[in-house]
Structures are given as C-alpha cells and as structure tokens.
Design a protein. Structure first.
Length: 348
C-alpha cells in the first residue's frame, strides 16, 4: 500500500481524477524499484481506486491480475432528471478505473457470481469467480465457547442473537434489524442481542460519517439492557461471539457478500438473511439457512422468535451450512485456485 504524496488532495477530486491521481502516485512510488532493476513476475491489483492505472507502463512483462470487486450500476433510461444524471455520470467515473485495469489485465477475478454479474456482459467470460476463502479450522463449532463483554460472560446457555457489519447503516440492514429485535425482545424476555459493528457509515450513498446508533436509540423501542453494542471486535473474539450465538441475522441489501455470513455458516450457526441474489448463492431457505423478504421487519421478528424458540430443530440446516462452506469456501482450496490463476496455469 502506498500513501499519496504530500500536497495531493485526491479526496476533493472527482472519482475519475482521483483514480488517475492515485495511479500516478503509485507509479512514482514504484519507479525507484524499477530503476533499481526490480522486475516482478506477477502483479495483483485491487481494481476500483486506480492504483493499477499505470502499472504496466513500468512493468510491461509482468503477469497482471486484477481483482474486480464491484461495478457500480449505471442508469441507461432516457429522460433522466438532473440529480439522476449526476449519479449516472459519477457511476461511469467510478467504473473508469475498473475498465482500465480490465483492459490491461492478463487475468481477472471476482469473489462471487453476483459480483461478476454486475460487470458488462462482454467482460464476464473473462472474469474467474474465485472467493478469498474462509478459515474453517478457526470458524468451527464449539459448544463450550465463552464470549465476554462489559463484565458479562455469554455461553451457549444464553439465548443470543448476533449481528455483524463494518458499520450501522441501511446498506447492511441495520435499521430493519433494530426494529425486528425490538419486536422479538417483546415476544421473548430472555432474548439477548449482540451487535458487532462500528457506529459509522461505510457503504450508504452520500457523505460518510457517524452511523445510525443514535437514530436507533431515539426511534426504536428495543431493550437496552439486553442489547449490547460491541463496536469493532477482534477476530479471535468474533469467532467466540458466533460460537455462542443461537442465530445470526444478515439483512444486507444486494451488495458484496459479507465474510460474516460465511463465517457464521462455517461455525454451524443458523443464519436468517434477506432474500436477494448475493445471499441466494449460499442460502437455500430451509436447507442451508433461512430467508425473509427484504425489508419485512415483522417477518424478520417472527422468524427470529420461531428459530430461537426451537434451538434443536435446526441441526440439519446447521450441518448443511457448514458443509457448503467446507465444500466451496475452505481457505486452502480457495488459495490454491487463486494461486493457479496468479501463476497462469489452467486459468483464463
């Protein structure tokens, strides 16, 4: 990773200029390596910000692999309003760096089929679907797990429901989750809720900043004594958090599939999730998890109450969820597949 040179204020640039600025900064940072005679065999670049914009100008003989995470949807309807035109143009500018890197790449990968499907149809045959992988040895069931927070110790004896995200925002379904757990807590006086998320906006459109915790405190009638905001949790503690949970709730809007969903499945934890395309890649309702209509708060609350109310009724779903992760997303398998792509042996 390379910092921008002093005096470069890319944050104020439009997305297109920002990508070029970052690409030039990366070029300048790497040029001394080139001057010293260093020549890499392979370059792997996360496309989208522009860091790889001019890499091939320095190292034209290196194998260039680009990681395509997200192509911003563009609106092609006629007669767009002015505000829609602005969003449309910004989307194209954001995609400009992706277009440049894909044109330069010897190989490309995207972690899920839904993410690949965001890209132009002509690109898709050239994008390998390869997930980063899940450490299934770390994320595994443990009936004796203990999770400690604020002087309390939670175990499998506690009726725990979990939520995890980078931030507290609409994109990851935080408002719907808070409204649903407020209803579920009224139906079940033993229900404890553990929320692993920072109070920030990461993905919602518009300005980034403070998340929706204050909104929830002011507008949602949940039980603060049974609702625990953990903030950002270290991974070793996050594993324990999932291991003591009875149900993990994942209400994300259609977007990049979160690791937390697959982590929960790997632990053998029942997952209740929004019914949308990214989620359906891994969850079939009643088989590897449970699906609810996106945004249906009452349905979420009802399913939470039903699932935690019969904890021994979900063994087959829990086992199938972990088996799916072991089959498709086990870390060593995924790393091996990515290594094959990077080496250029048997991959597009």
């Amino acid at each position: 990773m390379y910092d921008l040179p002093t005096g470069v204020d890319a944050a104020k640039a439009d997305p297109g200029k920002k990508a070029v600025t970052l690409g030039l900064a990366c070029y300048k940072a790497l040029r001394p390596l080139w001057a010293s005679g260093f020549r890499p065999d392979v370059i792997v670049s996360h496309a989208g910000r522009g860091a790889g914009y001019f890499i091939r100008d320095l190292f034209p003989n290196a194998r260039f692999v680009t990681y395509l995470e997200w192509y911003v949807p563009t609106n092609s309807k006629e007669g767009l309003e002015q505000v829609e035109i602005a969003r449309h143009n910004k989307a194209h500018l954001l995609n400009m760096a992706l277009t440049q890197e894909f044109a330069l790449a010897d190989a490309a990968l995207s972690p899920t089929y839904t993410q690949r499907a965001q890209f132009p149809a002509l690109w898709q045959p050239g994008i390998n679907v390869l997930h980063d992988g899940i450490d299934t040895e770390l994320y595994q069931p443990d009936p004796d797990a203990r999770f400690e927070f604020a002087g309390r110790t939670f175990t499998r004896k506690d009726k725990v429901v979990t939520y995890a995200a980078r931030g507290m925002e609409h994109t990851r379904g935080f408002p719907a989750f808070m409204k649903a757990i407020a209803l579920a807590q009224k139906a079940d006086p033993a229900l404890e809720v553990l929320i692993a998320a920072a109070d920030r906006i990461c993905y919602d459109p518009g300005a980034k900043g403070v998340g929706l915790k204050a909104w929830a405190e002011a507008k949602v009638d949940y039980d603060p004594a049974r609702t625990h905001f953990l903030g950002v949790v270290k991974e070793v503690e996050f594993v324990k958090l999932l291991q003591v949970s009875w149900l993990h709730v994942y209400l994300s809007q259609p977007f990049v599939l979160s690791w937390s969903l697959l982590n929960a499945m790997s632990v053998g934890l029942p997952v209740l999730a929004s019914d949308n395309a990214p989620v359906r890649e891994v969850i079939t309702d009643g088989e590897t998890g449970y699906l609810v209509p996106e945004g249906d708060v009452e349905a979420v609350a009802q399913r939470i109450t039903e699932i935690v109310g019969s904890p021994t009724a979900h063994t087959s779903v829990q086992e199938a969820a972990r088996a799916l992760v072991l089959d498709r997303y086990e870390l060593r398998k995924c790393v091996s597949a990515i290594r094959t792509l990077v080496d250029g042996t048997g991959a597009k």
